[in-house]
Design a protein around this ligand. Structure first.
Ligand SMILES: [Zn+2]
Length: 160
C-alpha cells in the first residue's frame, strides 16, 4: 500500500449504542458533611489531622501521611479563597465523564490550594485568559444559586 492510498482511508467509528450507565456511590460521612456544608452554608471545610496537623480538603477518614483515623470532630472551616497550584487551559474537546456531554472549549481546570489547607481541590476556573490563569494566581469560589450537595455546587473559582 502506498501513502496516497493510506491517506484516502475511510474513517470509521464505533458506537456505544444507546447504553445508559447511571450510577451513584456513597461519599461516606466525611464527604457527606463536606457536601452538606457546600449545599447548605456555602462553606468549604477540611479536616485537620491531630497527629501531623495536615489539613485535607475535602475531608477524609484517614490521614494519608500518618494514617491516623480522623473523625467529624476534626473538621475545620477553610477559606473559599486560595492559590492556583496547577492549571491548564483545555483547548481540545472531549466528553466530560461527570456529565457525558462534551464541555465547550476552551475551559480552564486547576488544582486550587485553599487558604488553610495542605491539599488541593480540583475545579474549573472562570477565565481562559492565559495572562491571568497562572500558577500562584489567587482565586475565590463562586457558588451556584441552587445547590444540590455536589462538588459542582461550587460553580467555578473566579480568578482574582
Ligand atoms: Zn496525620
Amino acid at each position: 500500500m502506498n501513502d496516497k492510498k493510506r491517506e484516502d482511508v475511510e474513517l470509521l467509528s464505533i458506537s456505544s449504542g444507546e447504553a445508559s450507565q447511571p450510577f451513584d456511590w456513597s461519599v461516606g460521612k466525611h464527604g457527606s458533611y463536606f457536601l452538606q456544608q457546600l449545599r447548605d452554608n456555602k462553606k468549604i471545610v477540611g479536616i485537620k489531622c491531630p497527629g501531623c496537623q495536615r489539613v485535607y480538603v475535602p475531608p477524609r477518614p484517614v490521614c494519608g501521611h500518618c494514617f491516623k483515623g480522623l473523625t467529624l470532630d476534626d473538621i475545620i472551616p477553610v477559606s473559599d479563597e486560595g492559590t492556583i497550584y496547577v492549571c491548564t487551559i483545555v483547548q481540545f474537546g472531549f466528553v466530560d465523564p461527570s456529565t457525558g456531554i462534551q464541555r465547550p472549549v476552551p475551559y480552564t481546570w486547576a488544582f486550587v490550594k485553599l487558604d488553610g489547607a495542605d491539599t488541593c481541590l480540583t475545579h474549573f476556573l472562570d477565565s481562559t485568559d492565559a495572562e491571568k490563569v497562572k500558577v500562584g494566581a489567587r482565586v475565590k469560589a463562586v457558588f451556584e444559586e441552587k445547590r444540590t450537595g455536589n462538588l459542582m455546587d461550587i460553580k467555578h473559582f473566579a480568578v482574582l
